[in-house]
Design a protein around this ligand. Sequence first.
Ligand SMILES: Nc1ncnc2c1ncn2[C@@H]1O[C@H](COP(=O)(O)OP(=O)(O)O)[C@@H](O)[C@H]1O
Ligand SMILES: [Mg+2]
Length: 507
Amino acid sequence: MSETSINEIIIVAIDFGTTFSGYAYSYREEYLRDPLQIYSNRWDGQILPQAPTVLLFNSEKTESYFGFEAEEKYDGLIKRKEHKDWRYFRRFKMDLNREKAEIKEDKLSLAYEPEAAAIYCKHIRLAKLREPGKDATIQPFPPGLKFLVLDLGGGTVDISAHEVQEDGTLKALTEPSGGKWGGTLVDDGFLEIFEGLFGADIMTGLKRDIEQAESKRELDAEIEMKKRTIVGKSNAKANNVISIKLPFALREGTKSAQFESALESGTYELIQGKLLIDNSILLSAFENSVSKIVEHFNILLGKTELERLDAVVMAGGFSDSKVVQEAIKDVLKNYPKVDLIIPENSASAIVHGAVLYGFNPSVISTRKSKYSYGISTSAPFVEELHPLSHGVQRDGSNKCEDIFKVFVKKGEEVIPGQTTATHTFNPSPLTRENQTIEVYKSEEDVPPMLVTECQKVGLVCFTVPNGDFDATTVKVEMKFGGTQMTVSAVVNGPNGSKSVKAFFDWL
Ligand SMILES: Nc1ncnc2c1ncn2[C@@H]1O[C@H](COP(=O)(O)OP(=O)(O)O)[C@@H](O)[C@H]1O
Ligand SMILES: [Mg+2]
């Protein structure tokens, strides 16, 4: 039996990825019976559970399309040469947060992708352990199991690590980390190879020229398909040749001298508009992305918090790549006690895990903060410590401004719903009712001294009732452990204390 404190009849999870998007849902009744009874979306007439993250709308914004529909519609527009007045966006990161989404606040919550994958893996009864020559299965994750999740997506690679607790919840072992090393870097690698073949002019024209939109669309689709067939060094058979159908714009390019000389090198062949390239050459398109993933993965495995790791889970679309799988296995050869788990449907593991999270958010019992969070304050000026450029004279004393007052440090354990920071201060009489506090973050291991070296994340906003500002203090409380920062404020004035409306305004 599964637990839920949630009364909603249905939970829908939406995954807006940089390259692919999808959704999944389940009903409370079904969740209680079998948490893995989750329904995936199907897009009309498509086999794939995910649709490309593509948005198309006309200049008047009266018509809009998403995903496969957007692609098909755009193809038609191009063919009829009617596409000039349309806006076509692909590969964009939805920076979604509660305030922007037009969903009632208490009905929307955010999930972290690798955490969602972790929750999904904790639930699956049998996961395939994919290793050469051994297709073993494993049991559900028992208490004490320590595992790392690699969410390998199109835009980013996101990593988290957890330990299963006695009560079945997940405790964070490290703060989440990652970088922009996802599958789109491979696409860039392909384009670079083509640039070497056809020259920069042709490739730039293909990217920028609206007349060549059809060719660009065809090439993108061809890359998306063919990159899935590339294998790593130890899997590659001799004479493993990949054929790439060249779009019209590049077929023109095969007449150039640059291309002619590339053909003479003997590594390429051109047969009926198809370019035959050896696997080993296309493998180099993975180099940038894979080397960064491997480098970071090695660093993580060397961390003391991850000593005695039991398993590594791969999720996200890019984890289907044979090249990536091989690279990860290679690293794990040095860690024979660590199992590699690649769930059968690794691409949808995340969105399914997000449904499970929706029904039971308390399954994440602790997190570790990815950033240091704090606000800007001033302090008495200390010559040995503070830079002169930030010094000011106020109320007859020297102060240093812009000091980063840290509430939560990077890597610090935070507990959802519990970890709070409070800040008490005198409201500024200048801004009267509308008070704000700027909140900053830093990803440095050691938080910088000044907020000028941090990034601003947003504003805590609240109202102070009109009155005697001099005699008033405000206590602002921020909650950090959740996927969204929440705030509350209490005003202490001549007429006693009173909680006031407060909210967080993301930039
Ligand atoms: N078999 C495969 N081989 C190589 N790359 C793949 C494969 N399957 C999916 N990808 C790549 O994975 C990425 C999509 O992963 P996904 O998790 O859906 O990304 P996101 O959520 O960031 O949009 C794309 O770059 C896609 O080309
Ligand atoms: Mg994703």
